[in-house]
Design a protein around this ligand. Structure first.
Ligand code: 5GP
Length: 335
């Protein structure tokens, strides 16, 4: 574990509100009885058949705690600091802009951006703004307009757009993502978390820059030969989230995680936390699970950071600088 902790890491799939630790929620005055509910996640793997749906209910606790400009700002600062303390040197946070009684979506985004800007001396953080698949076309179109406006204001920080939300509900409004792509945003889509071959096919044909999870693409995991063939020819990197999948029940165990198929076929992937608060994990712990359960050598750790940075949404110049740092670290720590 010490080596997993020590290695400089790259995290590309972290939902802001899902990343709030218990400590952060306490700082934000979440009452103790709700925090106990938050911890239910630790028992879900054994108790609940509809685990994924249960997980989604937990986000409400974090959302209620970050319903003002100041609280979302404080929460973002905490999350960044915790990733930094875990030796994450490059972080892509993603969040769904939210309107609350005393906060507009623009103010929400600006507060997150402010926290990111204030961290730039010790960690590189980029922002991906999410569209929730449960939202109607009209609501999503309105969110996209705001995202594009904010992207113009903060082009160095807001780099991408994501499709997230409960995969058993809602839909992929492809035309909105075409518009986002044409406006210069990178695209990542939560794809195939549950079986939905038609949607996975639509998403793969759309050719996003990355996909999240990709659980049900390979035929061994409820996908199909056709989907897997298409995915293999696409070179789209997959953001894998081991603990999240195990706790949500979309994967039975760490050692049976579908990342195995990516390793076997030498396909691009990276290991991520997803929601480090809800799933009580960290970037270091996710790497440890990968090493221990997928038969990977220790050299995988730094090589993982080196490949993950290739898939990042930062500028080529920024990526090069981080790559050089990682190469230096590798040289100094060989053996
Ligand atoms: P937020 O966007 O509010 O910062 O982070 C929490 C939100 O991220 C959740 O409400 C949910 O929409 C999304 N999210 C978090 N984890 C997952 C996941 O594993 N799968 C999907 N599809 N969405 C997720």
């Amino acid at each position: 574990f010490e080596l997993c902790k020590k290695v400089p890491k790259v995290e590309l799939h972290a939902h802001l509100n899902g990343s709030l630790s218990e400590k952060t929620l306490t700082t934000l005055d979440v009452p103790q009885h709700l925090l106990e509910g938050y911890q239910i996640i630790n028992n879900l793997a054994v108790t609940t058949p509809e685990k994924l749906n249960e997980c989604f209910k937990l986000f409400k606790i974090a959302h209620d705690a970050t319903a003002s400009v100041n609280s979302i700002y404080v929460a973002t600062k905490h999350v960044i600091e915790e990733f930094y303390k875990d030796n994450v040197i490059y972080l892509e946070l993603r969040t769904t802009p939210r309107q609350e009684s005393n906060m507009t979506k623009e103010e929400y985004i600006a507060a997150v951006v402010r926290a990111i800007e204030e961290s730039k001396d010790f960690i590189t953080v980029k922002l991906i703004l999410s569209i929730d698949r449960r939202h109607s076309m009209e609501v999503s179109k309105n969110a996209l307009n705001i995202i594009l406006e904010m992207h113009e204001m903060y082009p160095d920080i807001i780099k991408g757009i994501d499709l997230c939300g409960d995969p058993s509900q809602g839909t992929f409004h492809e035309n909105l993502f075409i518009e986002a792509r044409n406006s210069g945003l990178k695209i990542t889509l939560h794809c195939g978390e549950i079986k939905n071959d038609q949607e996975v096919l639509q998403m793969l044909k759309f050719k996003p820059d990355r996909i999240g999870h990709g659980t049900c693409i390979h035929p061994n995991y409820e996908g199909s030969d056709e989907l897997w063939k298409l995915y293999k020819s696409s070179s789209i990197p997959t953001e894998c989230c081991l603990t999240s999948n195990v706790l949500c029940g979309t994967t039975s165990t760490y050692s049976k995680h579908h990342t195995r198929e990516w390793l076997q076929d030498e396909l691009p992937f990276c290991i991520n936390t997803d929601d480090k608060g809800v799933f009580n994990t960290s970037a270091s712990e996710e790497l440890l699970h990968a090493i221990e359960n997928l038969n990977l050598p220790k050299t995988f750790l730094i090589d993982h950071s080196l490949s993950a940075i290739e898939y990042a949404f930062a500028s080529e110049k920024e990526k090069m600088k981080i790559k050089e740092f990682l190469m230096d670290w590798k040289k100094q720590n060989q053996g």
